[in-house]
Design a protein around this ligand. Structure first.
Ligand SMILES: CCCCCCCCCCCCCCCCCC(=O)SCCNC(=O)CCNC(=O)[C@H](O)C(C)(C)COP(=O)(O)OP(=O)(O)OC[C@H]1O[C@@H](n2cnc3c(N)ncnc32)[C@H](O)[C@@H]1OP(=O)(O)O
Ligand SMILES: NC(=O)C1=CN([C@@H]2O[C@H](COP(=O)(O)OP(=O)(O)OC[C@H]3O[C@@H](n4cnc5c(N)ncnc54)[C@H](OP(=O)(O)O)[C@@H]3O)[C@@H](O)[C@H]2O)C=CC1
Length: 501
């Protein structure tokens, strides 16, 4: 019998960020392994014209929840959506709902965050810091609360090279920043943001660091743990390999490379690609929830959920495997044949951006314009280049995260729990994982049918032929111009003709 699965039986669990990438996998695993849990409260806001119920139904009826629907047919009754907006005071939760949450919740998993790198500092502080503070205040009023699990990021201290499982202070107290945000107008925030952020590369990582400080300072008597995942990727094993549903992190780059838009990227091929599968993160999260509630460690423990020190893979190897998977499993509607280089040289990057990214986009837009259609490729390419520039920080450096607490926890699990809630990344076969990842991007993110692969391959062959034709025409024109201007070229041409005459 799994101790962790049994622990969640009969429990009332509160999850923020349940509609997000990690949140969905968390609910799925909880419902599948502990179908006898009492209730999962999820704080959800209506979005894009969908009501709460529609959002929940969409999740439950998705492919990800296929197994859950078998194991736990009454899953609809287990998930109780509570209308909430984490940007509002008291999260805009109704009095009755708040009363129920305060009196019933046993465990909190706080996943909600803004994960946009370029979010305005005010908004990032609101969601990643102030909302965390408010949730801790709510938690302090919950008599039945056994554990509060905060999801942070391994990059909250990306300004350091070696990162231990401790909370590092930021130069300005989060409380001061929260207070200041009330009277600073946007112009002041914009001006002061770079000074506050110092050597943090973006508002996301900075506010996640502030969020951790808030957790430390406001923990009171609460039983808290913090989990710091690195770059979270598609599922490794559960509920099936390769599941992914957004364009964040490597996902968008895989799409861009597979469709032939991405030709070159500034990256160090030898830098560690600290990717971690989302199901591994969730297994660790559930194990931490159990351990924190049952063993009640004296201090707040931080768990690094990273792969680099246990089973490292670098960006070069990862990129090669992604590209070689495209040969077997191409994406549909490719703009060009997939091919991308990693380069560390700034001049090469500028050259490749001009020649391999912008020029083909402009040529294609001219073609669209000439055929009476709306040009769109230059805009898309500019967006891609902007995204790449935001990710570059993370693909040109390596970090070392110590994982003592995570390894300690692994040794505390029974053999059965080690199997069911496996977070041992040493068992991960990167080549197999990346192949499934690319396949998952195709199937679950782009929603492409596997039956379309022969057609996609044929399309790539056509693109290859166009490429050869284009190069041949280009070569002939260049050669013709050269012959017209250079005696040496004319002599070479005469010599070649003699050979083949
Ligand atoms: C050789 C192959 C190599 C492949 C492997 C190499 C991979 C390297 C990747 C390294 C990743 C490193 C990540 C580091 C993560 C740090 C860890 C965390 O905690 S981080 C936690 C994780 N956080 C993150 O990862 C956040 C990172 N992302 C961001 O912060 C923002 O997206 C942004 C600032 C980069 C761009 O903002 P902005 O320009 O405003 O764009 P919006 O986002 O608003 O989207 C607008 C529209 O464009 C659409 N679309 C978007 N991308 C693509 C695409 N690639 N394609 C197609 N479409 C795309 C999008 O759907 C939307 O459509 P619609 O709805 O309008 O119809
Ligand atoms: N993905 C990654 O690579 C990594 C993620 N993490 C951390 O994991 C956690 C989850 O990330 P991930 O699942 O990828 O993020 P997503 O962007 O996929 O999900 C964010 C979640 O937060 C919710 N949310 C955002 N704003 C509000 C709001 N105002 N009120 C209520 N809910 C809100 C979103 O709801 P809605 O659907 O309504 O927008 C969504 O459910 C975050 O704390 C992140 O920092 C850490 C390392 C890496």
């Amino acid at each position: 019998m799994s101790m962790i699965a049994a622990f969640y039986g009969g429990k009332s669990i509160l999850i923020t960020g349940a509609t997000g990438f990690l949140g969905k996998v968390l609910i799925e695993k909880l419902c599948r392994t502990s179908p006898d849990l009492k209730v999962i409260y999820i704080l959800v806001r209506p979005k894009a014209g969908h009501t709460l119920q529609q959002r929940v139904s969409q999740i439950i009826n998705s492919k990800l929840f296929e197994k859950v629907r078998e194991v736990c047919p009454n899953v609809h009754e287990k998930i109780r959506a509570i209308s909430a907006d984490l940007n509002q005071n008291d999260f805009a939760i109704s009095k009755e709902d708040m009363q129920e949450l305060l009196s019933c919740t046993n465990i909190i998993f706080h996943c909600a965050a803004t994960v946009r790198f370029d979010d305005h500092l005010r908004h990032a502080v609101q969601l990643n810091v102030t909302a965390t503070q408010q949730l801790l205040f709510m938690a302090s009023q919950m008599p039945k609360l056994e554990a509060f699990i905060h999801i942070s990021t391994a990059f909250s201290n990306c300004n350091l090279k070696h990162i231990d499982e401790v909370i590092y202070p930021c130069s300005v107290e989060p409380k001061k920043i929260i207070d200041s945000m009330e009277w600073w107008d946007d112009a002041i925030v914009d001006e002061i943001a770079p000074k506050l952020m110092g050597d943090w590369p973006n508002t996301y990582t900075y506010t996640k660091a502030l969020g951790e400080m808030v957790v430390q300072q406001e923990s009171g008597n609460l039983n808290i743990a913090i989990i710091r995942p690195s770059i979270v990727g598609a599922t490794w094993q559960e509920p099936f390999p390769g599941w992914v549903d957004n364009l964040n992190g490597p996902n968008g780059m895989i799409v861009a490379a597979g469709r032939g838009f991405l030709r070159a990227i500034r990256a160090s091929p030898l830098a560690v690609a600290d990717l971690i599968p989302v199901d591994t993160v969730i297994n660790l999260t559930l194990a931490v929830g159990w351990y924190t509630a049952v063993h009640r460690p004296k201090s707040t423990l931080i768990y690094h959920c990273t792969s680099g020190n246990l089973n490292p893979c670098n960006w070069g190897k990862m990129g090669c495997q992604v590209l070689s998977t495209f040969e077997k499993i191409p994406f549909e509607k490719a703009f060009r044949r997939p091919h991308a280089d990693f380069t560390a040289n700034t001049i090469t990057v500028h050259y490749r951006n001009a020649v391999s990214h912008r020029a083909p986009a402009m040529i294609y837009d001219i073609y669209l314009w000439l055929t009476g259609r709306k040009p769109r490729m230059t805009k898309l390419m500019n967006r891609l280049l902007r995204t790449i520039s935001m990710l570059e920080y993370f693909i040109n450096r390596s970090w070392e995260w110590s994982t003592y607490n995570t390894e300690m926890l692994m040794s505390e699990l029974s053999p059965e729990d080690q199997r069911i809630f496996n977070f041992d990344v040493r068992q991960l076969n990167w080549l197999e994982y990346i192949e499934n990842y690319v396949l998952g991007v195709k199937k679950y993110l782009l929603k492409e049918d596997m039956a379309g692969i022969p057609e996609a391959k044929q399309h790539l062959r056509r693109l290859q032929n166009i490429y050869y034709l284009f190069n041949t025409v280009f070569f002939l024109i260049a050669w013709r111009l050269l012959i017209a201007r250079s005696q040496i070229a004319r002599n070479v041409w005469f010599f070649i003709r003699c050979i083949f005459a």
